[in-house]
Write a protein that binds this ligand. Structure first.
Ligand SMILES: NC(=O)c1ccc[n+]([C@@H]2O[C@H](COP(=O)([O-])OP(=O)(O)OC[C@H]3O[C@@H](n4cnc5c(N)ncnc54)[C@H](OP(=O)(O)O)[C@@H]3O)[C@@H](O)[C@H]2O)c1
Length: 223
């Protein structure tokens, strides 16, 4: 089932806030070498990383991208267009971002993106292999819910993307980070993972997630 691309055991994270540092802690605990960046020079986040994600290294965003084949993008959505369009060329880009108008401002295209905001992320970074994931649990729930594979009551985490080998790598990453991985289908299906979607915010089992996602897919018009 798994592709092996995530077994490189290196993870890059762009965004050293609440979500990015929670992902970094989980990845360090799972034995990953983790590099993480904020919007500025690495020394600006060194203390944050030392305190909130010990074991991860603070780098600049360019260095983070050079460091790993899988990069998690965990910055406020209104900021991703500040990044160069070719920055993630060839990389697996895990879009963990959600649109929140109180943080991102009222943005019509984000609010109404008919096929989900990850399609806009993919449009902006055309050469990246975008996978929507890690976004549908709050960082606190993410932190408290991760469990080794096979633990009774382990909850699920979904991933959606068009590049199927990238999705396979992210499913493997999800499992390693402590969740039962659920393939949600193509990138447009990432709409169901967003705020307001059927799985957002709750801690469902993989079985429940799959059933909620299939129910949602059945409601979509066939194309
Ligand atoms: N909070 C959660 O529970 C949670 C869970 C899942 C997903 N998410 C999503 O993850 C994203 C981040 O949320 P958050 O709560 O972690 O936000 P946050 O605590 O405000 O942190 C945002 C981080 O992004 C960095 N950043 C901003 N612009 C950047 C840029 N152009 N390049 C590199 N880094 C940049 C900031 O660095 P500077 O300080 O240097 O600007 C900061 O480290 C949002 O889209 C959110 O919806 C959040």
């Amino acid at each position: 089932m798994f592709s092996g691309e995530a077994t490189e055991r290196r993870l890059g994270i762009v965004g050293a806030g609440k979500a990015g540092t929670a992902f970094a802690r989980a990845a360090v605990a799972a034995g990953y070498d983790v590099a993480i960046s904020g919007s500025g020079p690495s020394d600006r986040i060194e203390l944050i990383v030392e305190v909130l994600a010990p074991g991860a290294r603070a780098l600049t965003t360019d260095e983070v991208v050079a460091y790993a084949g899988v990069i998690v993008l965990a910055i406020p959505m209104h900021r991703f267009r500040q990044l160069r369009r070719d920055l993630f060329a060839g990389k697996i880009l895990v879009d963990a971002m959600n649109y929140w108008d109180e943080i991102d401002g009222v943005d019509g295209p984000f609010a109404t993106a008919p096929a989900g905001t990850s399609m806009l992320v993919q449009e902006w970074f055309p050469s990246a292999r975008v996978v929507k994931s890690l976004n549908h649990l709050g960082y606190f729930k993410f932190e408290k819910s991760r469990r080794p594979r096979g633990t009774p009551g382990r909850i699920g985490m979904a991933a959606a993307g068009n590049d199927r080998s990238a999705v396979a790598a992210v499913l493997e990453l999800i499992d390693i980070l402590g969740f039962d991985a659920v393939d949600a289908g193509n990138l447009e299906s990432g709409l169901a993972l967003q705020p307001g979607g059927p799985i957002f915010g709750a801690g469902h089992s993989a079985k429940e997630l799959s059933s909620l996602l299939s129910r949602e897919a059945a409601l979509l018009p066939a194309n």
